[in-house]
Write a protein that binds this ligand. Structure first.
Ligand code: RB5
Length: 142
């Protein structure tokens, strides 16, 4: 599984921490920016990450902005993307089990770093439950 990472300036620092953590865990990661805390527009980086997923190059995405809200709105404009803006380990797991989320959105200004790292691990390790959830997901997703 290849994971694409993206952030705006609000999420840059947390993205770097997540990237380091994933690389240490031996995960296959692509970072499409941003590359500093200079102000940028989150839709541009959501689109870069989504592009990596639509080509099939990456199967999962992790998008970080100040709140996770802007990234999730931008990413969810694409029918193949199921982006979940999660707030704790429980919602991160449920976004996989019930929603088959292929993108995790995180808010760097509303989460502490340890929680965010634990959320990423839980999200990557949790499988989709399928069954009745597959029927529901199929109604809005390709
Ligand atoms: C940037 O200041 C901030 O608006 C952005 O990171 C994000 O929180 C938007 O949803």
């Amino acid at each position: 599984m290849k994971i694409v990472l993206a952030a705006d300036h609000g999420g840059f620092e947390l993205k770097e921490i997540i990237k380091e953590n994933l690389l240490q865990a031996g995960r296959d990661v692509i970072d499409v920016g941003c590359d500093s805390s200079d102000s940028v527009d989150y839709p541009d980086f959501a689109d870069k990450a989504v592009a990596c997923m639509l080509t099939g190059d990456c199967q999962r995405g992790i998008l970080v902005c100040g709140t996770g809200i802007g990234m999730s709105i931008a990413a969810n404009r694409h029918r193949q993307i199921r982006a979940a803006n999660c707030f704790d380990i429980g919602t991160a797991k449920l976004s996989r089990e019930h929603n088959n989320a292929n993108v995790l959105c995180l808010g760097a200004r509303v989460l502490d770093k340890d929680t965010a790292i634990q959320m990423v691990s839980a999200w990557l390790e949790t499988e989709f439950s399928g069954g009745r959830h597959q029927v529901r997901v199929a109604k809005f997703s390709d």
